[in-house]
Design a protein around this ligand. Structure first.
Ligand code: CS2
Ligand code: MG
Length: 409
């Protein structure tokens, strides 16, 4: 069996996705997610111009050799575009190998370590009543862990809060990429945010009690001492985790945060290799690894990061917003259900349009996701339907401080 073809598929059912489909000479098909929000076409061309020609004729079973070939062979290693491209190839090859074996992929990754992957959903609201409704709606859907994002007085828009109700009248799921000619610019004021957020968590705990696992995403916006202050001010509300408190480049920042708070810290959705974690994990400066399969070089590479993390009792908390496609989410679930140091999986529901194109086999049961039991990843790609949704340029917002200075979004 050899790799016969590799197609780079771009579609936009509600939002843009890039998928690699590898087909073998025996007609076995493997899928891999290569979606990089706001820069989708850069990975698509990296794949079609530079990677696909290297795959044709290769033995699809040699996953490790192909990974090393693409990682070391490129010379220019790491980075989000390269690692998303490698991730798509790696995931598709694991899909093929599991299909050839006639087994769900998790069986090739060591089998089940649990019956399902606990997930968390995204609740948000501008004011408390709306936020409470959003939390209740997620609890009614069966979620058992909730991420809380809130409006901030004086802000016109803010990360994680839907600015207007969805078509169904809901105000809960928030799609950050906008189909606009230029990125939307948002205003940010850290002091206003730091004054407001602890009071929101106090109110949520008062309304929903002490047990419900609550998460919050500071989305890379705080300076180290501000992050330390936020972590400390949220301690009374016993968060499951506080995410991306500071921009990820300055890893030393987490040491200062650790010195001031015991609030668990999650980081890594913008990390692409184990090297981005080496210092943070070894120094016990984080508690959860957030990299998704799609951006960290695939199942082969992410499993290595989790094995390294396990040595330091750091657990998984894989990134799962809607800009990770159902293929990327399915791959995370197969790895997550087999992994010993599994922590939690993010699950922002894809739109009905997206799920019609990708037809994922995973199921949401009692607050957890269960990967498909069919051979491989368990995701089918409807190319005819996908073609009805041509690519539309979309950008993530740009953030500015009140004095106009560009800030981390
Ligand atoms: C966020 C993402 O889900 C999260 O934790 O950080 O929504 C992130 O903003 C998007 O994936 C960016 O594309
Ligand atoms: Mg995040």
């Amino acid at each position: 069996m050899r790799i016969e073809s590799a197609d780079v598929l771009v579609t936009s059912p509600g939002r843009n996705f890039v998928t690699l489909r590898i087909t073998t000479t025996d007609g076995v098909v493997g899928l891999g997610d290569a979606t990089l929000n706001g820069r989708e076409l850069s990975v698509a061309s990296y794949l079609s111009e530079h990677v696909v020609p290297l795959l044709i004729g290769r033995d699809p079973h040699r996953i490790e050799d192909t990974w090393q070939y693409l990682y070391r062979g490129v010379y220019w290693r790491r980075g989000p575009v390269t690692m998303a491209a490698i991730a798509a190839v790696d995931t598709a090859l694991w899909d093929i190998k599991a299909k050839v074996c006639g087994l769900p992929l998790y069986q090739l990754l060591g089998g089940k370590s649990r019956e399902s992957c606990l997930v968390y959903g995204h609740a948000s609201g501008w004011e408390l009543p709306e936020l409470f409704d959003s939390i209740r709606a997620h609890l009614e859907q069966g979620y058992r862990a909730i991420r809380i994002q809130t409006g901030v007085p004086g802000f016109a828009s803010v990360y994680g809060v839907a600015s207007s109700p969805t078509a169904q009248g809901e105000r809960y799921d928030y799609e950050p990429a906008r189909r606009t000619a230029l990125p939307v610019e948002e205003m940010w004021d850290t002091r206003a945010y730091l004054r407001h957020v602890p009071a929101v968590f106090e109110a949520v705990r008062h309304e929903f009690g002490p047990a419900l696992p609550l998460l919050h995403d500071a989305h890379h916006r705080l300076r180290p001492i501000e992050a330390a202050r936020l972590g400390k001010s949220l301690e009374p509300y016993d968060l499951f985790w506080l995410e991306d408190v500071t921009p990820a480049e300055n890893q030393e920042a987490l040491r200062l945060v650790r010195q001031h708070t015991t609030t668990p810290l999650a980081i890594g959705e913008v990390f692409n290799t184990v090297w981005d974690y080496q210092y943070l994990i070894r120094e016990q400066l984080i508690d959860y690894v957030r990299s998704p399969v799609t951006h960290a070089g695939g199942i082969t590479a992410l499993r290595r990061i989790f094995d390294y993390a396990a040595m330091y009792q750091v657990r998984s908390g894989v990134h799962g917003p809607t800009d990770i496609s159902p293929v990327g989410l399915a791959a995370a679930l197969h790895l997550g259900i087999a992994l010993h140091n599994f922590g939690i999986q993010e699950y922002m529901r894809h739109s009905a349009e997206t799920e019609a194109v990708f037809r994922p086999g995973y199921s949401f049961v009692d607050g957890g996701l269960v990967p498909a039991q069919t051979p491989g990843l368990g995701v089918e790609y409807d190319e005819a339907l996908a073609k009805q949704y041509p690519y539309q340029a979309a950008y993530l917002p740009v953030n500015r401080l009140t004095d106009g200075t560009v800030h981390d979004w």
